[in-house]
Every structure is written in structure tokens, then in C-alpha cells.
Unconditional design. Structure first.
Length: 276
């Protein structure tokens, strides 16, 4: 399957200094989709809701290490986001309560408190407010961890959420085939997110949990190499008033049904290992 599209990239400056800055851990972290953004990608691609794909709340007591709690905080946050976007009110509340338990276990103070749960319940029929609460909760957790020199844990949370989104998306493609499937398009684009994720993980390669997580993702790394993505520069324009440079480039990619099937299997295995 071949796909091609035009993408706009904005930059305030294309100097070497700014490019170097973009490569710092903070810049890399915020360039990846949050669990809520990942869930929105799935829904806007026309996917349906399937609760059977989500991590059971009964598994929460299995997570006792920092790594497993962080991974599944990310996973449950994506599940919560996915449920909320499809107006699954009870599931949304359940996932928020479970996320609070894991956040408490990680020592993330006040990221999810009783007031957060109360706000969620009071606004359960207001999707916009719910999304704001979920986004605030995720950003608050991430900020707390990084400000307290626990950036590797924040990174593991992000990995868990990203993998869960990839798992849900690949499973929802199902047997319908990959041709003319918007969800497949979104999945393939995640190769670019994975490349960013690799750079983020490399920032904390001194951390034992990051080392083991990087090793676990080797099969995913290998299969994504089979997805071909090329960038072709198209044109550049600069707004002299705002000093914003806009780069327009064409992105084309190719994936075969066999590679997509392999990707689906690898992601399923990886995610299963995360939720055990």
C-alpha cells in the first residue's frame, strides 16, 4: 500500500542552535502524542469502541514495581481517554480511579486527588470538560515526575500510553484489510513517533528500567524498519512579520499486508508483556 500526503512543519528558526535544542529530552517528550491525543487519533480515523481490547481494572494489583506501575498508568490513561471519547461514562470513572491508585503508588503527589474524581463525576456528560481533566491529569503527572528528577518514570508512562494506542488501533483494523483504511494510515505514521520515542529513551539509557524497556521493544523496532517512509521537500515559505518559516514536504509510505500483520502481532505480544 502506498500513501502520499503533504505536511506542513512550522519552525521559528532553522538555525543549528534551535535544531540542537529540539533534540533535548523536554522537546522530544512534548513532540510525542499524549494518551488523550492518541485516543483522538483512533477516533478521528473512524474507529469504533471495543471495551474488550482495554486492560482490565482487575489487573491493577499485579503492578507493584515502578516500571509496571508507570507502564500501566500510561496504558490506563489511554484506555480512559478512549472510553471518554466514546461516552463510556462508567468505564471512564473506573479508569480514573485505577490511574489514581497507580499514581499514588508511584508517589505522584496530588496528580489525581479526590477533587479530580469528583470533578470527573460531576461533569461525566460533558465530554469537553472530561478531556480537559484527563489532559490536566497527564500533564500534571509528567511535570511532577520531571521536576522531581524522575524523568525516566515519566518516559515509561508515555511509552505505555503510546503502545496501548498502537495496540488498540492495530486490533481495530481487524480482518477488513489495509487498503483505503484511515486507521492503517494513522498506524503507519506512528513509525515517525517511534523514532522520536527512541531518541527520548536514549536520553535515559543509564536507567535500568529504561534499558530493559528498550530491549523489550527490539522486535517492534525491527518490524517498523520494514515500513518505508520517505520525505520529499516541496517548498519553503517565510512570513517576515511573524518570523515563522513553513516547510511543506510530501510524505509517502509503503506497507504490505504481511508487514502489517507482523506489526499487529509484535505489538500484541509487547502489550501483553506490559499488562501481565
Amino acid at each position: 500500500m502506498n500513501k502520499e500526503k503533504e505536511q506542513e512543519i512550522e519552525s521559528f528558526n532553522l538555525s543549528e542552535e534551535v535544531l540542537d535544542e529540539i533534540m533535548t529530552a523536554k522537546k522530544i517528550f512534548y513532540s510525542l502524542p499524549s494518551p488523550l491525543e492518541t485516543a483522538m487519533i483512533i477516533k478521528t480515523a473512524g474507529a469504533e469502541y471495543n471495551e474488550e481490547l482495554l486492560n482490565s481494572v482487575d489487573n491493577v494489583n499485579n503492578y507493584t514495581t515502578n516500571k509496571s506501575m508507570a507502564l500501566n498508568l500510561g496504558i490506563y490513561t489511554t484506555d480512559m481517554s478512549y472510553a471518554s471519547l466514546f461516552d463510556q461514562t462508567q468505564s471512564t470513572i473506573s479508569f480514573m480511579n485505577i490511574s489514581k491508585k497507580l499514581a499514588d503508588g508511584l508517589g505522584i503527589l496530588d496528580a489525581i486527588d479526590d477533587n479530580t474524581i469528583e470533578r470527573l463525576e460531576e461533569n461525566i456528560n460533558n465530554r469537553e470538560v472530561i478531556m480537559d481533566i484527563i489532559s490536566e491529569t497527564f500533564m500534571s503527572s509528567s511535570s511532577y515526575l520531571k521536576e522531581n528528577e524522575r524523568a525516566p518514570v515519566a518516559t515509561i508512562v508515555l511509552v505505555g500510553g503510546w503502545i496501548e494506542g498502537l495496540y488498540i488501533a492495530t486490533q481495530l483494523v481487524g480482518e477488513g484489510g489495509i487498503e483505503n483504511n484511515k486507521l492503517v494510515d494513522r498506524v503507519v505514521e506512528q513509525k515517525l513517533s517511534f523514532e522520536i520515542l527512541e531518541k527520548l529513551l536514549s536520553q535515559y539509557k543509564y536507567d535500568e528500567d529504561i534499558q530493559s524497556l528498550t530491549a523489550q521493544m527490539q522486535d517492534l523496532r525491527n518490524v517498523l524498519k520494514k515500513v518505508e517512509i520517505t520525505h520529499t521537500a516541496n517548498k519553503t515559505s517565510k512570513d517576515n512579520e511573524t518570523k515563522v518559516t513553513t516547510l511543506k514536504s510530501k510524505i509517502s509510505y509503503q506497507i504490505t499486508p504481511e508487514v502489517f500483520k507482523e506489526l499487529t502481532s509484535v505489538v500484541e505480544t509487547l502489550r501483553s508483556n506490559f499488562i501481565l
